[in-house]
Design a protein around this ligand. Structure first.
Ligand code: SF4
Length: 178
């Protein structure tokens, strides 16, 4: 099983909580004006990599760097490749790493799409934090954590699936520290 990716950043503090490895998936249908990752749009661009090789690479990095908190699936649009990413996410979580997934689709769109494509639901299930929605230049805000525009939400997926309504990550985080 392979994933087509644009590249990997091994250490980032900009793409989710803590120190994270970021996988930039290849292919995006959204074409948001002002997108900073235009090289990731072409579904035939980038390069394929075996899930097994990617997993082993990340596992080795995590063994060397105990500060690594998790892995972020960015893009591109990760939900164009839900099956290999869900498979990878499951294995990474078993190693104690958490998963952040970005999507130009909203959570509601993804759950509707998951009815027909089971692997979308699986990728959602293995995601801890979903950053959803298109990047909108008119709502750009450089002060936001982990996202570029105000319409985008940070969603605590575990809490959301348990409550059957969207629970924002900020709200869940506040509760943890209350
Ligand atoms: S969803 Fe992300 S990668 Fe895709 S066009 Fe929008 S900003 Fe760019």
């Amino acid at each position: 099983m392979e994933i087509r990716i644009a590249g990997i950043t091994e250490e980032s503090i900009m793409d989710g909580p803590g120190l994270r490895l970021v996988i930039f998936t290849q292919g995006c249908p959204h074409r948001c004006p002002g997108c900073h990752n235009e090289d990731t749009h072409d579904v035939n661009g980038g390069y394929p990599i075996a899930v097994e090789d990617l997993f082993n690479h990340i596992k080795q990095l995590a063994a060397r760097n105990k500060l690594l908190q998790g892995v972020t699936f960015s893009g591109g649009e990760p939900f164009l490749q839900p099956r290999p990413l869900a498979h990878l996410a499951k294995r990474l979580k078993a190693q104690g790493l958490d998963i952040v997934t970005y999507s130009g689709f909203t959570f509601e769109q993804l759950t509707a799409m998951a009815v027909k494509r089971k692997s979308i639901g699986q990728l959602l299930k293995y995601t801890d934090l979903l950053v959803d929605g298109l990047y909108r230049e008119a709502e750009r805000d450089l002060g936001l954590a982990f996202r570029g525009s105000r319409n985008q939400r940070l969603i605590d997926i575990k809490a959301t699936l348990a409550a059957n309504k969207v629970i924002l990550w900020e709200d869940a985080a506040k509760k943890l520290w209350a």
